[in-house]
Ligand binder design. Sequence first.
Ligand SMILES: Nc1ncnc2c1ncn2[C@@H]1O[C@H](COP(=O)(O)OP(=O)(O)OP(=O)(O)O)[C@@H](O)[C@H]1O
Ligand SMILES: [Mg+2]
Length: 232
Amino acid sequence: MIILKAENLSKIYGNAEAEVKALDHINLTINTGEFVSIIGPSGSGKSTLLHMLGGVDKPTSGKIWIDNTDISALNETEMSIFRRKKVGLIYQSYNLIPTLDVKKNILLPMLLDGIKIYEKEKEFEEIVKLLGLEKRLEHLPNQLSGGQQQRVAIGRALIYRPSIILADEPTGNLDRENTKITLELLKQANREYNQTIVMITHDNEVALSANRMIKIVDGKILSDEVVTHENN
Ligand SMILES: Nc1ncnc2c1ncn2[C@@H]1O[C@H](COP(=O)(O)OP(=O)(O)OP(=O)(O)O)[C@@H](O)[C@H]1O
Ligand SMILES: [Mg+2]
């Protein structure tokens, strides 16, 4: 089943004098349960694509469907409610709420929807343990290292079990051990909960964790290939 579809997606930043064509007629279809990695040089349009797919920014032209909903037809309020349920976003720059502690930042999507913390206590504890944040729950984001902030952002995207996780360099600031843990969490989300994952990475080895790898250059898709895993 198709969960994400982009048709003729283009994004132009700036004005006529200083125009940047960040995305150039992208066509893309992603099925439920796929784990897709997106790689490409800096400035090639990866983050832009992810922001469009997640509905946080609007394309200049083209259309996006998430779970058969044409997201351009939604107004801002409808979009944020829709996104919270369907899409977990992990940003390159974390996007944590500076005034909320780690626990509240992780639980934020649920708190916004009026879901009680105890309903998700088990998932919360499991995720916090896996991310190694047990001793940081009452800290504010600015009291954490970059890697720890990244892990909070990952926890927030996982807690609600949204059908799609869009992750922008989720392992970009992590050491080897934490990279491994994070990839394992994403794989687990994919395998056990059938969550569809789209992950941007600079790291070829990290990209190979996915089942499909898309290369983007100059706002265009250069290649789109199945990743074969020898041992499973
Ligand atoms: N808000 C913006 N205003 C103007 N130009 C932008 C904006 N955001 C991105 N761009 C430009 O669009 C192009 C694509 O940027 P994007 O952030 O999508 O690249 P990226 O592939 O994610 O790069 P990186 O790997 O460095 O994160 C770049 O040339 C960038 O300078
Ligand atoms: Mg980027």
